[in-house]
Design a protein. Sequence first.
Length: 76
Amino acid sequence: MRKPHVIWAFVPVLAFLGTPFLPFVNGPYLWFGIPSVLAWCLLWTAGTTASLALVEHFAHSDDERADRDEAEEAAA
């Protein structure tokens, strides 16, 4: 069974896949002096790193909680 925090990993994927369909991104606009599509992809590249770090953090906290519960059961 997948843990609910794994959903965070799908957010940047959806953002990348939705890029051609978003009118505020896929147009002749400049964001910070660069084309909007490039700025959008740079933003979501950093977002991918952040979301994977979030998934990793929650996965480790779940593992630590499971280890603590097992230790308590063994002590009882």
